[in-house]
Design a protein around this ligand. Structure first.
Ligand code: KIV
Ligand code: ZN
Length: 512
């Protein structure tokens, strides 16, 4: 008989993850991520905060209607209005729909933010859980800032919400303040002191302000927590959330001392990480555990030698276990549709016939410009042609002139809302001139915060990849673009960011 305990993985990439600056996603982008989370086989997908905006509401509704395996959660404050709105979106998932309601319980939040007494907070929490339970038995309650809450009061809240019908109770480290031993003791205290604790699943939700979110989550599991809330690539509010890939792979790799399993199909981790960073423009740092570009690279000669003799000398997990196939098949201009399609499938892309055709045309054009096409080039093609679909603004043509004698100038032709528009502008450099032309054609008031260029692969014929960060009405967005010509890549990135501003949901002013 197996002695391992199954830990539920609650993914909040589409809710807490989306709270990262610049990470806002439109509905189609959220659906793409939700499909990959379904393939990853997470237990719960938190799809959004339905009261926050029309866009959030629609996204939760579409995810609830479309995704079949995992449960779908929607966040709500502890108020009737929020809970009713959340269920309105979640009801399409039937019994897989989960209302996740929360209120803060720490002294500091109760005094300064809520201006409520302990008794009022308990009463509000119980009322909210009862209201949610009127719609579905699948109710989760979170005690926001639980880690800084007086423990006897936290235990009282947990007992009361379980009695009111909460099936899952979450103990968040909202501000990323705790350390593993302290968090272990909090979870243990609740396990030992809440009489009805056996009637609910105890969940943890850690932020990464001190870089301890994964360690804290693991400590909580060892103390008896049964659900971990996390995000792909660890994105989230401020320093982010506990990273899904790190906590899942830690559990998988250290089965010898942590007898816990998850239902995650880890072979989809790498594809999920890549898709998220393509959609949001938030690049994964090279030394990031599990999914960083260097996570499986061995630089030192002595390490390379060891790995050649026996992989386990320096590798504690295999690249294949996260779906990273390092055996990069190189394609070239003579590669046919079949080889192209096969490689896309191996990289985790499931594209419709029309999308494959679009990507293949772009591949052929690139193969004429560049001798060898690597996996990274294919990723960039799919990202550019299919994932980062232009919605309102589309680059048709451009021409740039620059050099040490000429004043840099750019002529840009765009399709703006279905109409073709063209202008020429001068600038301090070719990128400046290009951005000025795009600004003129779109009438955008967005402020450029950051611009960077990199090469996707090695060699002077490599595609350039540009990232642009814009600020508009207090919101930040990231845009990306790839092309063998870096000025064209810059224009694409700028236009991608403008499309995001035009299509990302505008959020209501929510006071938590
Ligand atoms: O960090 C937090 O406390 C949260 C809750 C709303 C669960 O995200
Ligand atoms: Zn959070």
């Amino acid at each position: 008989m197996s002695k391992t305990k199954n830990i539920k993985i609650f993914d909040t990439t589409l809710r807490d993850g989306e709270q990262s600056p610049g990470a806002s996603m439109n509905i189609d982008e959220k659906l793409r991520i939700a499909h990959l989370l379904e393939k990853l086989n997470v237990d719960v997908i938190e799809a959004g905060f339905p009261i926050a905006s029309e866009g959030d509401f629609e996204a939760v509704k579409r995810v609830a209607k479309t995704i079949k395996g995992p449960q779908i959660a929607g966040l709500s404050r502890a108020s009737n209005m929020d809970i009713d709105r959340a269920w309105e979106a979640l009801k399409y998932a039937g019994e897989r729909g989960r209302i996740h309601t929360f209120i803060a319980t720490s002294d500091i939040h109760m005094k300064y933010k809520l201006k409520m007494s302990e008794a009022q907070v308990i009463e509000t929490a119980v009322k909210a859980v009862k209201r949610a339970a009127g719609y579905t038995p699948n109710v989760e309650f979170s005690a926001e800032d639980a880690v800084r809450t007086r423990l006897p009061f936290l235990a009282q809240v947990v007992e009361a919400v379980i009695a009111a019908g909460a099936r899952t109770v979450n103990i968040p480290d909202t501000v990323g303040y705790t350390i593993p031993s302290e968090y272990f003791n909090i979870i243990k205290y609740l396990k030992d002191n809440v009489p009805n604790i056996g009637q609910a699943i105890l969940s943890v939700h850690c932020h990464n302000d001190l870089g301890l979110s994964v360690a804290n989550s693991l400590a909580a599991i060892q103390a008896g927590a049964e659900q971990v809330e996390c995000t792909i690539n660890g994105i989230g509010e401020r320093a982010g959330n506990c990273s899904l890939e790190e906590v899942v792979m830690a559990l998988r790799t250290r089965q010898d001392i942590m007898p816990y399993t998850t239902n995650v199909v880890t072979e989809h981790i790498y594809a999920a990480s890549k898709l998220l960073s393509t959609i949001t423009g938030i690049v994964v740092q090279p030394n990031k555990a599990i999914v960083g570009a260097n996570a499986f690279a061995h630089e030192a000669g002595i390490h390379q030698h060891g790995v050649m003799m026996e992989k386990s000398t320096y590798e504690i997990m295999t690249p294949e276990s996260i779906g990273l196939n390092q055996n990069k098949l190189v394609l070239g201009k003579h590669s046919g549709r079949h080889a192209f399609l096969k490689r896309l499938e191996e990289l985790g892309y499931e594209l419709g016939k029309e999308d494959v055709e679009k990507a293949f045309v772009r591949f052929k054009t690139l193969a004429d410009q560049k001798k060898e096409i690597y996996d990274e080039d294919l990723d960039a093609i799919v990202a550019d042609e299919i994932i980062r679909v232009p919605e309102i603004y589309k680059l048709l043509q451009m021409n740039v002139s620059s050099g040490s004698f000429a004043t840099p100038s750019a002529t840009v032709e765009l399709e703006v809302d279905g109409k073709v528009k063209k202008t020429a502008q001068m600038g301090d450099g070719p990128v400046d001139a290009t951005f000025k032309a795009i600004k003129k054609l779109t009438g955008s008031q967005a402020r450029l915060l950051h611009f960077s260029v990199g090469a996707i692969t090695g060699g002077t014929d490599a595609q350039g990849e540009c990232t642009v960060r814009l600020e508009h009405d207090g919101r930040e967005v990231l845009g990306q673009g790839a092309h063998p010509d870096i000025i064209v890549a810059s224009a694409k990135a700028y236009i991608n960011a403008l499309n995001k501003i035009a299509t990302a949901p505008v959020r209501n002013e929510i006071h938590l």
